[in-house]
Each structure stands twice: as C-alpha cells, then as structure tokens.
Design a protein around this ligand. Structure first.
Ligand SMILES: [Mg+2]
Length: 392
C-alpha cells in the first residue's frame, strides 16, 4: 500500500493485532444477471441484461467485504467474461491469497499480479473486497484509506446508447427535468458516420438545455472518418471525443488529436501505467478515462490518475456500467484525487431495473453522492442477491 495509506491503517489500528484479525478466510465469486431498463449499444456489442461477478471476501473477524467485476456484454470490450473472471478468481487468485491479511492490500495486489497476467476486472473486484473489509474493520469510509475525501459529490453524466434518436431525446430531457444529469455521452460507431451525425443533430436540437456533450466511438472509426466528421462535431458543439480509433493505433490518435479543435479522450488504448504515459507523451489525447477494469485495482487506479496528469492529460471518471458496488469503489478513489476535471460517468446504478444493495447511490442536482458509512458504504440485499444469481 502507498506509504501514507499504510500509515493511516497503522494509526487506526493502534494496539490491535490487525494482521491476525483481518486474515483472509474465504473468497466467493458469483455470477449475477440484472436486467437493464433499455438496450445498451456500443460499436461492437449490445445487451439488455447486465452480467457481472460479485466477489465476497470474509476475514478472520467475520467481517465481509464486497467487490464488483464488470464486463460489457461478454469478452468484447476487453478479453474477460463473467465465466473467465469467476474461474480465474477461484482457481488462481483465491489460492494466491491464502495466508494473506486484508491489512496489507498492497501485498494482496502483488500476489494477484504474480498469480495472473492482466485479468484486471477479476483482480480489481477482489482488491476492492479486501479494501472494503479492511475499511469496515477499521470503521472508516473507504476514501479514508486513500488519504481522505476531498469532495463528497462528483458531477455525473448520462450515456445515451439505444440508437433511436427520438427515444434518446426523450430520455435526455427526462434526466434534465429530474435534475439528475445535464451532461451527456452518446455512443457512436454502430451505425454509419452519416447516421451518427443525424442522431447527434437531432439530440442537440431536441435537448437545448443540455450542457456538455461527449461522443464515444469505441474504436469504431478510421482516421479518414475522423478528418471528414470533425468539422460536423465541432459545429454541433461536441466537447470531447472518446477513443475514435482502434486502441493500438497510437500514431493515428496522435495525428487526429494534433489537428482536432475538440479534445480527444484516451480509453481502450491505455490500461497499464506505461501505456498511459506513452499515450499522453505521444499526444494521443488530452484527457484520460480512469477505470478500475483497466487498472486492475484501486491502488493502481489512483496511481493511473497521477501518471495521466504527469503525461499532460486531464482526468475523467470512467465506468464499465458498474452498479452501486463498483461505482462506490471508483468514487472512493475519485474523491481522494486532487483534480477530477471532467467529473464521472457512473450512471450504471440507474441503468438497472433493480439493484442488489439496500442503499443504492444517490443522484442529486446533477451529481453523484459519495456514500457515507464504513467501507464502500453500501450493503447487500440478500433476498435480491439470491434472485440475481445466474444459473450456470
Ligand atoms: Mg469508452
């Protein structure tokens, strides 16, 4: 764990044998399926039920921590699927953590790093559950272990991804009227660029009260499409363009960014700290999307923010449609960052018809509230959890 965080734990645990008290005793990983309120489309996939893995880590003192491993509709956004995540956790990560204590999440992260290459969503969820159990044991909010919360609310945007322009206009206007969201992200790349431009125009004209507009192409365009459609995006007042080119095309992103009047955001291109530094230093974009599934742990997520800033990029709190558990984990780190220039996009909890926690996150006045109480600040609803467990 980072030096300051280790000191915080030491101070909070004064006089206690924390290593023994928080020895990891049991790790569980269940595949859950929750229906979403509408179909969600990306350039290369679509789904109407969100599947994820719930991780539970039980300690010697009986306290349980929870974590969420997210994927987007199977192994398409990245290589992991809910099936691979469950299997990697039970077959490789859990045995590697035998004899480890939750009082040292850095050691837990290092052991998982040695046990499995990448598999970031699996590792991120287990590390989250370990941190949650430790924070609950110490009776402090999770953000305290990252140095403390600098903010209790984060501006949160809403993503439009049904592909039906009229439905998207109505959905955006409803979010504005409820004062839940005024910044929007629209998913492009699953239709032709011409069709995307018509959808965007309809949205801009149909929702005049909208503030920021982000477009996410999810690697769906070519460099030529970018050059052709950038003037249209500028005319439509688009504020940010997310990952228009394939993730491994650093040179292409840098060329597009060099002549784009709109900032580019790096998402799928950069998972590791070295990739983040390279993307920033090559000028592939001037904003970086922070995600637990890219960093593979909350410790690394906080470090990714510092690397991105040092390489000249502003910060955006990204998501992979996590529900309240995963969103609360991201928020604990986001709250502790000196700067979070673009707010966050953790609208995932509102995309589900129902949740598996008793205390879903609050969306108020266009912001997402950091939950209060020890650990993640959310608690499992065991009845709803039973209903959500997917049959194998
Ligand atoms: Mg994205």
């Amino acid at each position: 764990m980072a030096h300051t965080a280790a000191q915080i734990v030491e101070t909070l645990a004064a006089g206690r044998d924390l290593a023994r008290e928080t020895a990891i005793r049991e790790i569980r990983a269940d595949i859950l399926a929750l229906p979403s309120i509408r179909k969600h489309r990306l350039s290369n996939t679509e789904f109407s039920t969100r599947e994820f893995v719930l991780v539970r880590v039980r300690l010697e003192n009986g306290i349980e921590g929870i974590g969420e491993a997210a994927v987007l509709g199977g192994p398409r956004w990245a290589e992991e699927s809910v099936e691979s995540i469950q299997s990697v956790i039970m077959r490789y990560l859990a045995p590697a953590l035998e004899g480890c204590s939750a009082s040292n999440p850095a050691e837990a992260a290092a052991r998982m790093g040695r046990a499995a290459f990448r598999n970031n969503s699996a590792k991120g969820a287990v590390e989250t559950a370990i941190f949650d159990a430790l924070a609950r044991t110490l009776d402090v909010p999770l953000a305290t272990l990252f140095g403390g919360a600098l903010r209790s609310r984060v501006p949160v945007l809403w993503a439009l991804a049904s592909g039906d322009a009229d439905q998207e206009v109505a959905e955006a206007q409803d979010k504005l009227d409820r004062r839940e969201h005024r910044d929007f992200k629209i998913k492009l790349g699953f239709a032709s660029p011409e069709e995307d431009m018509r959808r965007l125009t309809r949205l801009r004209e149909g929702v005049p009260g909208m503030r920021r507009l982000v477009v996410d192409v999810n690697q769906g365009w070519t460099e030529a499409s970018c050059r052709r459609y950038l003037p249209h995006l500028q005319e439509l007042g688009v504020d940010l363009i997310e990952q228009p080119l394939p993730g491994d095309d650093f040179e292409g992103m840098a060329r597009v960014a060099a002549h784009s009047p709109i900032p580019l955001m790096v998402d799928e291109a950069a998972f590791t700290h070295r990739e983040i530094a390279r993307a920033g230093n090559m000028g592939c974009g001037s904003v970086y999307s922070l995600k637990l599934v890219k960093s593979g742990g909350l410790l690394a997520l906080g470090q990714a923010a510092h690397v991105a800033e040092a390489a000249g990029m502003e910060l955006y709190g990204g998501c992979l449609l996590e529900g309240s558990i995963g969103a609360a984990a991201h928020l604990a780190v986001f709250a502790s960052l000196p700067r979070l220039h673009w707010g966050c996009e953790h609208f995932g909890p509102r995309l589900h018809v129902s949740e598996i926690v008793r205390d879903p996150l609050k969306f108020e006045n266009f912001e997402l509230c950091l939950p209060e109480g020890p650990g993640l600040g959310v608690h499992l609803d065991e009845d709803r959890l039973r209903e959500a467990v997917r049959a194998a």
